[in-house]
Design a protein. Structure first.
Length: 492
């Protein structure tokens, strides 16, 4: 299940083109300012200061305080307008690619409109203070920068992914309230105003019935409404109803139906409070548990964002491909859990990632391999294969360029080819060395044989003996007698 949810998220994001540095000097300066971390931190600090300035505003404040806050608001509006201008000039149309920038731009425009048309908006539309309050939501961008805010991000993530289901539950709740509003008008539309019932809280019209029942979905004062709906004579007239000074005879006058009131209120509270409202809680808790499980697995949306941020440096044109030679360096730059520090050649080889024409690898193939490495081996089954087919179909829709390319090799096959090539090269070098050594040896032996044949014949034994005897004769002395070899052996 964790593998399925993780793989489903892979198809929701794609590599983005890197914003190129402008060639114009003015735009280049604004670009450097817009992408710098100091500028981002300065804007975050100003957002906090703006929020603190709005906290100063209070009921029945002095005119001097009001005037001072108006000046402060104009100052903050000017600063945030300059921020938008700097980013638009530096980033050009790329500024509107990010949702946070679009949100900031809308807030700036509304702030300018509120400052210019404050008098008209006070009298016709809404107070400008409301527009300034919306600016506080910009503090949400801080959650992207602070790693300690993971818990808050997880809660917001659970709420966001719950919105589609919450809309469906809201439609179901609206249907239930609609039905009970019609029933309330039929049985309690003529009940006399007493207790909690008055000119606004009653079942006389469809609109008032809807408002009252929406209040009762929170269980706010449902017992008081039930007590007022159980009115009986002499507190009411059981024969007719007086409307606009005219008496009209009705079935029960302006009295109620006590038994029906109990059934109506008990069933409504049970259905809305104990079933429908609890469905809201169940859906949010389910998605929160899902977010928590994904965090325990070790792969979150932040990890995917980090993957594509590093990918942009290797693929600035968003072609969705990088060179095979860049794979090791790219994976080394990734943070945990997707990153694998060097040496990582063995791990990347074992992933068996497809290689397409031009020795390139697709971002999805690399990401899928890294996700499988983190999640571990998945048990194969028919259901799992069907799930993979669904995921692969979604991948084909999200990454059409991947479908048009054909894999010519894989990292495993490429490594085997490299090893085989190196083995053949070593064998060929060894053969060449051995052949060269054998040729040198043969040449040396041939040269040695030719030199021996040109030498003079060796001396005879007699000449060697006389020469040896001459070495022991001193001048002026007779030579010692020579003994045959057999006599010498006999003497010894």
């Amino acid at each position: 299940r964790n593998y399925y949810h993780t793989m489903r998220k892979l198809g929701k994001k794609k590599p983005q083109k890197t914003i190129r540095r402008p060639k114009n000097r003015v735009q280049e300066f604004f670009f450097d300012v817009a992408v710098s971390n100091r500028f981002e931190l300065t804007i975050v600090v100003l957002i906090f200061l703006n929020m603190m300035a709005m906290m100063v505003e209070h009921y029945r404040q002095e005119p001097a305080v009001t005037q001072c806050l108006e000046v402060v608001n104009i100052a903050f509006t000017t600063v945030f307008t300059m921020e938008a201008v700097i980013k638009i000039v530096g980033l050009r149309w790329h500024y509107f690619r990010q949702a946070w920038n679009v949100f900031d731009f809308v807030i700036v425009v509304l702030s300018i409109v509120g400052a210019v048309l404050s008098d008209i908006m006070n009298s016709v539309f809404v107070t400008p203070t409301l527009l300034r309050v919306v600016r506080i939501f910009r503090i949400g961008r801080v959650l992207r920068l602070i790693k300690a805010a993971k818990g808050i991000r997880k809660l917001l993530f659970a709420l966001v992914i719950s919105l589609p289901a919450l809309v469906n539950i809201g439609a179901l709740l609206l249907l239930v309230v609609f039905i009970y509003a019609i029933i309330g008008m039929i049985f309690f539309g003529n009940v006399v105003h007493t207790g909690a019932l008055n000119d606004l809280v009653n079942f006389e019209t469809f609109g008032r019935s809807m408002v009252l029942l929406f209040r009762l979905t929170t269980s706010a004062g449902w017992n008081d409404i039930l007590y007022s709906l159980m009115v009986q004579p002499p507190d009411c007239n059981s024969t007719h109803v007086i409307r606009n000074g005219v008496a009209r005879p009705t079935l029960n006058g302006n009295c109620s139906f006590p038994e029906m009131a109990v059934i109506f209120m008990a069933s409504f509270v049970f259905v809305t409070r104990l079933i429908v409202i609890n469905l809201y809680i169940a859906i949010i808790l389910e998605n929160f548990n899902q977010a928590h499980e994904q965090e325990e697995v070790g792969i979150t949306d932040d990890d995917f964002d980090m993957f594509y941020m590093v990918w942009e440096r290797y693929d600035p044109h968003a072609s969705q491909y990088i060179k095979y030679e860049q794979l090791s360096e790219f994976v080394d730059e990734l943070d945990e859990p997707l990153g694998i520090p060097k040496p990582n050649i063995i791990a990347l080889t074992s992933f068996d990632i497809p290689i397409v024409e031009g020795d390139k690898l697709h971002c999805l193939d690399v990401l899928v391999a890294l996700v499988r490495h983190v999640l571990g081996d998945i048990e194969d089954s028919d259901h799992f294969r069907n799930t993979l087919d669904e995921i692969e179909k979604k991948f084909r829709e999200t990454f059409p360029t991947r479908v048009r390319t054909v894999a010519i090799s894989t990292t495993m096959r490429r490594k085997k080819e490299d090893i085989a090539a190196k083995t053949l090269q070593r064998a060929w070098r060894r053969h060449r060395v051995q052949r060269a050594f054998r040729q040198v040896t043969e040449n040396a032996m041939a040269l040695a044989g030719k030199s021996l044949s040109s030498l003079p014949p060796p001396p005879s034994q007699a000449s060697l003996g006389s020469a040896a005897s001459l070495r022991h004769v001193k001048p002026g002395k007779p030579a010692p007698p020579q003994l045959p070899c057999a006599d010498v052996l006999e003497l010894t």
